[in-house]
Design a protein around this ligand. Structure first.
Ligand SMILES: C[S@@+](CC[C@H](N)C(=O)[O-])C[C@H]1O[C@@H](n2cnc3c(N)ncnc32)[C@H](O)[C@@H]1O
Length: 225
């Protein structure tokens, strides 16, 4: 099945609200656990960059699990970031997580966007939104410190729409219809593992490994040279 792109930014209020109020506890906690086991030599402290942070649920989970780390969390959608600010306030983590409205690719020169040679960059479910997937890999190269750690997770595109519908049924049937529709569309917009491997090679990021970890997810992980 050919990839069917979906809009980049999740800017609609209804969509942002549905996403922010959904229960992603299980998959997002799993993201943190797989990040930790994949990057076992991660230092105790540093500044991490979360690309396409959405409503910041993963930024917050990472911050809670890693009190020595600060998190810079970037997303282009004001609607998603509004929910992120609410979540940060509830958790009282404003001192540890900074949300910023940044549309990727980030501008080369901006006094408002800290470009800090981040020792860790992570991202969940951003890649399949991007019109040009190279944007993610180029941003990672631009923002990462030498020997920086990288962890990316995203959806895998199934073979056909029948499989996409079956996955939606299996994993999202309890969700509101707007989330079921988003999940189905995201599966159609996702990349297959050989496409991701080709993207990494084109970006000269072959030190990163790409691996399928479930019937609907892959990870890209490693340490840059
Ligand atoms: C599916 S959500 C994932 C949010 C979050 N990482 C999570 O796992 O909950 C994808 C996010 O990427 C953002 N996004 C898409 N394209 C972007 C771009 N070019 N620059 C910045 N953010 C982008 C969207 O606005 C949306 O919030």
């Amino acid at each position: 099945m050919r990839r069917i792109p979906e809009p980049e930014l999740m800017e609609s209020e209804v969509q942002a609200q549905a996403y922010a109020q959904a229960d992603f506890a299980e998959p997002h906690q799993r993201f943190i656990e797989i990040l930790q086991s994949s990057l076992a030599t991660l230092p105790q402290e540093g500044i991490a960059l979360d690309l396409g942070c959405g409503a910041a649920d993963i930024s917050i989970r990472f911050a809670e699990a890693h009190p020595g780390w600060q998190v810079e969390a970037w997303d282009g959608s004001a609607a998603m970031l509004r929910y992120g600010h609410q979540a940060l306030e509830q958790k009282k983590l404003q001192h540890q997580v900074t949300l910023r409205q940044v549309y990727l690719p980030s501008p080369d020169y901006s006094s408002e966007i800290p470009q800090l040679n981040y020792p860790l960059i992570f991202s969940n479910s951003l890649l399949h939104h991007l019109a040009d997937p190279a944007v993610l890999w180029t941003e990672i190269k631009k923002q990462a410190a030498p020997q920086g750690f990288v962890f990316v997770m995203d959806l895998l595109r199934p073979e056909d729409q029948v499989q996409a519908a079956a996955l939606t049924d299996r994993y999202a049937s309890e969700e509101p219809s707007i989330l079921q529709r988003d999940f189905f569309n995201s599966l159609l917009a996702a990349y297959q593992i050989d496409e991701v491997q080709a993207q990494l090679q084109a970006a000269q990021l072959s030190d990163l490994a790409a691996q399928i970890i479930s019937d609907r997810h892959f990870i890209v992980w490693g340490q840059l040279r």
